[in-house]
Ligand binder design. Structure first.
Ligand code: PMP
Length: 316
């Protein structure tokens, strides 16, 4: 079950904190009609040093990349947006939360050509628990291979985190859920494994990890990168290669990675048990390392956490 959003006090809009209720848009907003939005999903974790944003720089860079691909001017630097996120978390007195920067073409001209429409920048935050359910991290989830294909190259660019891409994601997710699965895994236009509706995917075989390359219409996930680095730190080899669908069924482990899903094991795909049908040892090892880092229990050796307490230096 997805949680209902619990309102907070403030939302950041074009440089100012505004009351939650005032963060509304006109019905003729360009983005509402033509999908012209790029966004990010970022977690801010509770640590002994107070709330800290995880890999803020990388998320804000991806937001800039997404905007550039769609010829949008954000009008705020990464540093300004980082400041804004800190300000927002403090204003809403959150200990931990999910942050959602949203950049879209606003009210102005009507028509597909968006270049003269104002670009609106919002950042909201709210509490968000475990995306695929609290037990999913330990037990794993049941997934299916989707009958929907991920965005083909030269259609919607998969490297941009654009709202329009999520119409495809919604088809994948709805089909999975109405058929009794937690998540769908999409293949790319060539028939190789791409990703989940909102997660990247990894599989393990013979002690090695495999993940599809970005050319397989996968989002350049920040958690994907985190897992690749944590695996590297632990001497686990990660191979980025085209993954044929059947490699999923014969894998010893499969897991999803994402800001919302974190590291979520997959226990079955199309009702075929993956390995022993439980969380595998590599997923568990990586989860342990990941959770220790984000809780601030281990030294932040990669400098991935940005504390948001007032008076703390923030850097991009
Ligand atoms: N793929 C898709 C389609 C996603 O929506 C997400 C979530 N942003 C991911 C992968 C994982 O990316 P990240 O680890 O940066 O959250």
């Amino acid at each position: 079950m997805q949680p209902m959003i619990q309102p907070t006090e403030k939302i950041w809009h074009n440089g100012q904190l505004i009351p939650w209720e005032q963060a509304t848009v006109h019905v003729l907003t360009h983005a509402l009609h033509y999908g012209s939005t790029v966004f990010e999903g970022i977690r801010c974790y509770a640590t002994p040093a107070g709330p800290a944003i995880f890999r803020a720089r990388e998320h804000l860079r991806r937001l800039e990349d997404s905007a550039r691909i769609y010829r949008m001017e954000i009008g705020y630097s990464g540093e300004e947006l980082l400041e804004a996120m800190g300000e927002l978390v403090r204003a809403n007195r959150m200990e931990s939360c999910y942050l959602r920067p949203l950049v879209f073409r606003g009210l102005g001209e009507m028509g597909v050509l968006p270049l003269k429409n104002p670009v609106e920048v919002y950042i909201a935050c709210w509490e968000w628990g475990k995306y695929l359910g609290p037990e999913a991290l330990a037990q794993g989830v049941d997934a299916c291979v989707s009958s929907w294909t991920r965005l083909a190259p030269n259609t919607l660019p998969a490297m941009a985190k654009a709202s329009a891409n999520y119409m495809n994601a919604q088809l994948i997710k709805m089909e999975a859920v109405v058929n009794g699965y937690s998540e769908g895994i999409a293949l790319d236009a060539a028939g190789y494994v791409s990703e989940g509706s909102g997660e990247n995917i990894f599989l393990a075989r013979d002690g090695r990890l495999y993940t599809p390359p970005l050319g397989a219409s996968a989002l350049p996930g920040i958690t994907r990168d985190t897992v690749m680095r944590l695996a590297g730190d632990q001497g686990i080899e990660v191979v980025e290669q085209d993954v044929p669908r059947e490699m999923l069924y014969i894998a010893e482990e499969v897991f999803f990675t994402g800001t919302a899903a974190e590291i979520t094991p997959v226990r079955s795909i199309d009702r075929i048990l993956i390995g022993s049908g439980k969380r595998g040892p590599l997923a568990e090892k990586l989860q342990k390392e990941f959770f220790a880092l984000i809780r601030g229990e281990k030294e932040d050796r990669h400098r991935w956490l940005t504390p948001v307490r007032a008076g703390r230096p923030v850097t991009v």
